[in-house]
Design a protein around this ligand. Structure first.
Ligand code: NAD
Length: 466
């Protein structure tokens, strides 16, 4: 289904209702349950992605100037890796998982049986449009569900190519891309699903959560927030700044887990700023560089430019509206009341806030909602321990930035306003599965403790066994 055919929203709603019913009937036929089916579909998806790789690179370049190199690095390789990992481990993940049987139930076996949830809806965000749409879909397929995928409407070409790859090659009763913007997503959300997986802003996350509540649908929300990076006075500054700056300006800062603002100890601030500028000027992020990504659209461009207070620009501050590119920009003397600290930046601006004591830095972080990610640059074990014990965040890093996302053994997800639930690798399989808990008793032996004929003696035995 695509919005290119001008459907009335009423007709769209009817079609979507039919699609959901068809997927539910297909799911109920048990067609998606076997490991063989899941593996065959995952292998087919991988082959199709590799076949269309070049077109996918071109599509994203048209949408927001994302180069082939950067697309490979941040979208294509991680996606193919995720499929490979899933194919390799699926049979193991699908096995019953034994758990200990307590004495009271002895003799028996106890185990967990992973089961697909049913019809799932995956709603993607635009900043890594392939990854944020297809990676959750891989989890849904691995777990044996049917999936309706609604990619973000902002990168038009990537949405089109995903629709083409999937809708021309898979049975829509199993996998189907439905394109659309807010009215279509609103119509989609009226249907009953067994799982909704949403990536996007906390504001829309609330809308999705309310719609899911209507049907008591299981929901995963991958949201955003203001992610801090603390540079403590004992940080290995040169390498730390290099890592943080790459992570900050890759995708032009349109990255949910990148540093939103830096908290820098006053003793190292000068050196920090000097190294920051040096890293930016190495050329990787200059406007002329083909690898420097555009801002997704004019609305977001204006929003980010509006966050720049010209009086606080320490470096950069330039922009080109026609080209939708904003220079990497460092802001200093920033207060928590400044506009740039009132919302998630999601663009190439880095506010730098000075602190004196680590308590002061932690206090600033705690004034905001729990972030999706947090980073600490320090070599002190005591400071690391305090950071891990005292600061809530979805995922994070010590002496590195954003790279936790590239390790599939680390679950990815937020906490509080930055989201609920987690995925990637085995965690994606779990995210789209229910684990049935089973106690499996043999019939040859029976104990009598629970039956009528209660007595003090039995009570003592029960106490001893429990
Ligand atoms: P968004 O919330 O505007 O849109 C996300 C999806 O929701 C899109 O598919 C869009 O069509 C749909 N949508 C938008 N408004 C809607 C409405 N009123 N009703 C129903 N559906 C609606 O987010 P975005 O601009 O695409 O992405 C930026 C946000 O996403 C940032 O907050 C960022 O931090 C977050 N994000 C989070 C992750 C993560 O993995 N946690 C990844 C990328 C982006």
């Amino acid at each position: 289904m695509t919005t290119q055919t001008p459907l009335s929203i009423e007709q769209f709603e009817k079609d979507v209702n039919q699609l959901v019913n068809n997927q539910r009937a297909y799911f109920n036929s048990n067609a998606t349950r076997s490991a063989e089916f899941r593996l065959k579909q995952l292998k087919k998806l991988k082959a199709l992605l590799l076949e269309h790789e070049e077109e996918m690179h071109q599509a994203i370049f048209k949408d927001f100037g994302k180069s082939k190199y950067e697309n490979q690095l941040t979208e294509f390789f991680p996606l193919i890796d995720e499929i490979n990992l899933t194919i390799k481990n699926l049979k193991k993940w699908m096995q019953h998982k034994s758990v200990r049987t307590n004495l009271l139930n002895f003799p028996a076996k106890s185990y967990l049986v992973p089961e697909p949830l049913g019809v799932t809806l995956v709603i993607g965000a635009w900043n890594f449009p392939y990854n944020l749409s297809l990676t959750p879909m891989v989890g849904s397929m691995a777990a044996g569900n049917t999936t309706i995928l609604k990619p973000s409407e902002l990168p038009v070409e990537t949405s089109k190519i995903m629709t083409k790859i999937i809708n021309e090659n898979f049975d829509p009763n199993y996998l189907c891309v439905v394109e659309g913007a807010i009215p279509e997503t609103t119509a989609l959300l009226k249907q009953r699903y067994d799982k909704i997986f949403f990536t996007g802003s906390p504001m829309v996350g609330k809308i999705v959560n309310k719609a899911a509540a209507e049907h008591l649908t299981n929901v995963t929300l991958e949201l955003g927030g203001k992610n801090p990076a603390i540079f403590h006075k004992d940080a290995a500054l040169k390498i730390g700044v290099k890592r943080m700056i790459w992570a900050k300006f890759v995708n032009s800062g349109q990255f949910c887990i990148t540093t939103d603002y830096a908290l820098v100890h006053k003793d190292i601030k000068e050196e920090f700023l000097k190294l920051t500028i040096q890293e930016i000027e190495k050329g990787n992020f200059s406007e002329e560089n083909n690898n420097y990504v555009q801002i997704i659209n004019s609305r977001n461009f204006d929003r980010v430019v509006n966050l720049i207070d010209p009086e606080k620009v320490h470096y950069g501050g330039g922009y080109n509206r026609e080209d939708r590119r904003i220079q990497p920009t460092i802001l200093t003397e920033v207060n928590l009341d400044d506009k740039v600290m009132q919302e998630e930046i999601f663009g190439p601006l880095l506010p730098v806030i000075e602190y004196e004591t680590i308590d002061e830095a932690f206090d600033i972080i705690k004034r905001f909602e729990k972030p999706l990610a947090a980073y600490l640059f320090s070599d002190s074990n005591a400071i690391k321990d305090r950071f891990l014990n005292e600061i809530p965040f979805g995922s994070g890093g010590i002496n590195d930035c954003v790279m936790q996302v590239s390790n599939p053994n680390i679950p990815f997800g937020g906490v509080g306003h930055s989201g609920m639930g987690r995925y990637h690798g085995k965690y994606s399989f779990e995210c789209f599965s229910h684990f049935k808990g089973v106690l499996d008793k043999p019939t040859v032996i029976e104990t009598n403790l629970k039956y009528y004929g209660y007595s003090e003696k039995r009570m003592k035995i029960m106490k001893a066994l429990s």
